[in-house]
Design a protein around this ligand. Structure first.
Ligand code: HPA
Length: 236
């Protein structure tokens, strides 16, 4: 079923087997412009830009996922199911729940806890914690060791809500589920991978801390993001 409702591309060969997904489509463009050669644009629908190019000899696609589980749920499902994608690595940002995580640290998601009904509604799992793919994670760990970039391998909280009224609730989630950081997408991505027999992983840069209330500017985030992108690209 291509094109899909959200990806207009008719030739599925123009999408690589591995897709890197930042939340922001502008970041997908930045990665394509900065790191890839022979770049072709593969999607324009809703400005959710995607690009296929080469990192060295490796063909790779980068495409925005949007924010939140419904959005990454749609794009990752269509890529996996209709465009023959085998691996998706989300590259995003997270807020620290743990005092041991500092701004700009890079987190590799071991598994994602969520109160979201995504996996249950989909019919794939009634579990509240879903794992990242181990073999993808091992490749990412090896790339980080080569580049000498430290990774924190952690459980994260995939939240449906960015603005919570209960400001201290994160402490319970940190304690009870061991979640060291919060983001809003991994759980749905991992559910889709499980449903379709595909592989998914997630790398995150710490952009703010719920413990110290430290925040970063968007300029600073762009630079810090580069480290994480290098790890992701070198894991291919
Ligand atoms: N909450 C949810 N998602 C996030 C956050 C946060 O504080 N920071 C970066 N992504």
């Amino acid at each position: 079923m291509i094109p899909t409702p959200h990806i207009e591309l008719e030739n599925k060969d123009l999408i690589a087997k591995t897709v890197l997904m930042p939340g922001d489509p502008l970041r997908a463009k930045y990665i394509a412009d900065t790191f890839l050669t022979k770049v072709e644009k593969i999607n324009d629908v809703r400005n959710m830009w995607g690009y296929t190019g080469y990192f060295g000899k490796k063909k790779v696609t980068v495409m925005g996922s949007g924010m939140g589980m419904p959005s990454i749920g749609i794009y990752s499902y269509e890529l996996f199911e209709f465009y023959g994608v085998e691996n998706i690595i989300r590259i995003g940002s997270c807020g620290a729940y743990s005092p041991d995580l500092n701004i700009y640290d890079v987190v590799l998601v071991k598994d994602a806890y969520s109160e979201s009904s995504y996996a249950k509604t989909m019919g794939v799992s009634s579990r509240k914690i879903l794992p990242a793919n181990k073999s993808l994670n091992n490749k990412i760990i090896r790339a980080s060791e080569k580049l000498n970039i430290k990774l924190h391998v952690s459980t994260v909280h995939s939240s449906d809500v960015f603005y919570r009224l209960k400001h201290d609730e994160f402490k319970d989630i940190h304690q009870k589920y061991g979640a060291d950081a919060v983001e809003m997408e991994s759980f749905a991505l991992f559910a889709n991978a499980k449903a379709l027999g595909k592989k998914a992983a997630c790398l995150l840069t710490v952009s703010d801390s719920l413990v110290t209330h430290e925040k970063t500017s968007s300029m600073e985030r762009q630079e810090a993001f580069t480290k994480m992108m290098e790890v992701a690209l070198n894991s291919l």
